[in-house]
Design a protein around this ligand. Structure first.
Ligand code: SF4
Ligand code: SF4
Length: 85
């Protein structure tokens, strides 16, 4: 199974929670006591080791706030699987 590392841009996040609902691994949550410059809670990943690089969160995010780095099996060199553009 592929492994991935999600990178969430808190300043782009508008707190819609769509990615939280979309993640099949249930490893995304909204920040509780922290807010971005827009004054909203932002999505964070609490267990990157469980990310399968499925891309569901990045695809559903309306603000392109998520990038997924796909980790290769043989090395720790990350490959960019999704961009924010
Ligand atoms: S890529 Fe998939 S498993 Fe990883 S955080 Fe996003 S939705 Fe969850
Ligand atoms: S889908 Fe995008 S904008 Fe919505 S909570 Fe997740 S990261 Fe933030």
């Amino acid at each position: 199974m592929s492994r991935g590392r999600p990178e969430l841009d808190r300043e782009r996040c508008k707190g819609c929670t769509l990615c939280v609902s979309a993640c099949p691994e249930k490893i995304l949550v909204m920040s509780r006591d922290q807010f971005n410059r827009q004054g909203v809670p932002f999505a964070v990943c609490f267990d990157e080791s469980r990310c399968t690089a499925c891309m569901s969160c990045a695809i559903i995010c309306p603000d392109m706030a998520i990038r997924i780095f796909r980790l290769t099996a043989a090395a720790s060199e990350p490959n960019v699987a999704a961009s924010d553009g």
